[in-house]
Design a protein around this ligand. Structure first.
Ligand code: BEZ
Length: 256
């Protein structure tokens, strides 16, 4: 699919694509694409993706290697937020270039030294087969390691969000959760989500051709321009889980 596009671009002379890229990339995952089923060895045992994901969303994330500093901080942060992913019906699935043995030793150390229990499965992608499939190998960034790429996959197996972060920059778990909230809000209510939005805040009415919001919004419309209309938080304020204790905390304040 992607290869054909490159070929057309070359023939039409509309863009220059690095030669190596055009030769190697067969599929570059895009939002809306269906993720193919795959089997993998993970730290929790063998996994068949479709069967494992079931009716849940999946947050599939790559990270470069075990026993490295940035990865350590990401894993600790994800482990502390497992309940927050759970609350959103999202399963975590990691993809790492290190062997199962190395990852298990590392997880043991994270547990002993940092109190982080890694309960979610981590794939050992030592041959880089899945990393290649998902476009996680960026050769100009590293010849050895996958970059930090994340895909949010819906229960229908469609990719709903993709993000890419360089090797030495850790991802922000709050931002991941916020983005999941945004995608799920659009799905649930057919509204737009404004810049810098957090769950509980106002959303946006969409242009007519996108259809009406799926909630009673008329009493709450705040019209700024003919093309910019806000509606009140469609969710009732949802409790968030406190990272350290896993207990409910005060809901995020609803705006307006
Ligand atoms: C890190 O996670 O800190 C890291 C991973 C791969 C290479 C260098 C650093």
């Amino acid at each position: 699919m992607t290869y054909k596009l490159f070929e057309e671009m070359r023939l039409l002379r509309v863009a220059r694509v690095p030669h190596r890229y055009a030769r190697q990339v067969r599929w570059l995952p895009q939002i809306g694409d269906v993720v193919p089923d795959f089997k993998a060895e993970t730290t929790n045992g063998p996994l068949s993706f479709y069967e494992w994901a079931g009716e849940s969303w999946t947050y599939l994330f790559s990270h470069p290697a075990a026993f490295t500093p940035v990865c350590t901080t990401e894993m600790v942060s994800l482990a502390a937020n497992v309940l927050n992913f759970d609350q959103r019906n999202v399963k975590l699935l990691g993809l790492c270039g290190s062997s199962l043995e190395d990852q298990r030793r590392w997880h043991g150390d994270l547990s002993r030294s940092l109190g982080a229990e890694i309960s979610f499965p981590m794939i050992a992608d030592t041959q880089r087969i899945l990393s290649q499939l998902f476009g996680m190998l960026h050769w100009e960034e590293s010849c050895e390691f996958a970059i930090r790429k994340s895909l949010l996959i819906g229960p229908d197996r469609k990719i709903r969000m993709i993000s890419e972060t360089p090797l030495l920059v850790g991802r922000n778990t709050d931002e991941v959760l916020r983005s999941i909230d945004a995608v799920q809000t659009v799905d649930a209510y057919n509204v737009g989500v404004p810049a810098d939005w957090k769950k509980g805040q106002e959303c946006l009415l969409l242009p007519g051709e996108c259809g009406e919001p799926r909630f009673d919004h008329w009493h709450s419309a705040r019209i700024v321009r003919s093309y910019l209309k806000f509606v009140a938080n469609p969710w009732r304020s949802a409790p968030r889980l406190d990272r350290s204790s896993g207990t409910d905390t005060a809901p995020i304040a609803a705006a307006a």
